[in-house]
Write a protein that binds this ligand. Structure first.
Ligand SMILES: NC(=O)C1=CN([C@@H]2O[C@H](COP(=O)(O)OP(=O)(O)OC[C@H]3O[C@@H](n4cnc5c(N)ncnc54)[C@H](O)[C@@H]3O)[C@@H](O)[C@H]2O)C=CC1
Ligand SMILES: O=C1O[C@H](CO)[C@@H](O)[C@@H]1O
Length: 346
């Protein structure tokens, strides 16, 4: 067994965002961020997870969203970290997202996120899905203050998700563009998209009203869903990719794949190290989630120098047996987003 050969830390690696926002110039993004889509019954634990990620794990990137319901715990964590004076706001990269219920009101969604995060700007805002949902108040919500919308509305009779397919999903990105281009508006540094397949990106990029290429497209990427065509397309267009659900989401099924277990043995490291290093090696940002403080403090930092052959072998897992772990019912209308066994993820 060869001894593991590693860089000091993933926390020292940054990628450049090729943003074309006039006057902003290039910005950098730390390659590993903490994912914060915590299970709802454990959402408050996100506070300690974020503090540990920053102070013990050395991470400088946090990925969140209005939809996760964790932004206020992240806000409390950031205040605590800043109060100790060692890490400043400008040292961190914070991403949030606009959920499809806010498809025509991105500005309000950003304000809600900023208030909960206790921040005056975020480094990146993504359109969470290229979809439009109706705004339906949660039962018991009296309409005072910030409206409490149902995140994923369903038809009460058919049980079908309520997607407003006659509405234009590009509206959200166009609103984000107006915000980032407004010299008096300092709330957002970069804009991007999430869950956009190639056809949707082509539509966005060829729209005459769109002047700013998305800095990032955040999609599921892991050994079972390597997204090779989409990655090549994004690379050609100067769009960086972020891999969500790198471990296959809850239960981390990716870490049980025999190929990953073998590679971890070969390099005398953890499965997390293999998956994170595989994605970084492909030029992809990665946002693993955990509420395990020990893991957060030490398991997302070790960068393993995988060979080209290792990377090819990992890609083969998803080429031979593609499997998408995030398979939402509301995403049926987006090509390639449902039908797990036969799905070719693009
Ligand atoms: N843009 C989008 O639509 C989406 C974005 N995301 C973002 O990506 C982040 C990461 O994706 P997730 O789906 O949350 O999952 P993930 O693939 O990071 O896996 C998280 C799960 O793996 C477990 N885990 C990690 N290492 C482990 C180990 N060594 N042993 C045992 N269990 C281990 C964690 O405890 C957790 O249950 C999210 O938290 C969120 O920030 C996630 C889904 C969709
Ligand atoms: O970001 C997200 O997280 C959930 C699944 O964890 C998914 O629906 C959404 O896109």
């Amino acid at each position: 067994m060869s001894k593991s050969q590693s860089h000091p830390s993933t926390t020292e690696i940054y990628f450049t965002l090729k943003n074309n926002v006039p006057g902003l110039g290039s910005q950098i993004i730390p390659v590993v961020g903490l994912g914060t889509a915590s299970p709802s019954d454990r959402a408050p634990e996100t506070k300690e997870a974020v503090i540990t990620a920053i102070e013990k794990g050395g991470l400088r990137h946090i990925d969140t969203a209005w939809f996760y319901g964790t932004e206020k715990f992240i806000g409390e964590a950031l205040q605590e970290v800043f109060s100790r004076g060692k890490v400043k706001r400008e040292d961190l990269f914070i991403t949030t997202k606009v959920w499809p219920v806010y498809w025509d009101n991105a500005s309000e969604s950003i304000d809600i996120s900023l208030k909960d995060l206790q921040l005056d700007y975020v480094d990146l805002v993504l359109q969470h899905w290229p979809l439009c949902f109706p705004k339906i108040l949660k039962p018991g919500s009296n309409g005072n203050g910030v409206p409490q919308y149902i995140g994923v509305p369903h038809d009460s009779e058919t049980g079908e998700p309520l997607v407003e397919s006659e509405k234009d999903y590009l509206t959200t990105y166009k609103q984000l563009q107006s915000i980032v281009l407004d010299p008096r508006d300092h709330r957002v540094k970069n804009i991007g998209v999430s869950n956009y397949p190639i056809g949707y990106l082509n539509k966005l990029l060829s729209d005459p009203d769109i002047k700013i290429t998305p800095a990032i497209n955040q999609v599921e990427i892991n050994p079972q869903c390597p997204q090779l065509e989409l990655a090549e397309f994004c690379h050609e267009k100067g769009i960086l990719m972020t891999a969500y659900s790198p471990m296959g989401s809850s239960g981390a099924p990716i870490l049980k794949l025999p190929e990953i277990v073998e590679l971890a043995k070969k390099y005398n490291c953890s499965g997390n190290d293999i998956v994170i290093s595989y994605l970084i090696r492909r030029g992809i940002v990665v946002i693993p989630r955990s509420l395990n403080l020990q893991r957060i403090a030490k398991d997302f930092q070790n960068y393993i120098l995988l060979t080209d052959e290792d990377v090819d072998n990992i890609n083969q897992i998803g080429i031979k047996t593609p499997f998408r772990h995030i398979d939402e019912d509301f995403a049926k209308s987006i090509p390639g987003f449902t039908g797990r066994t036969k799905t070719k993820a693009t």
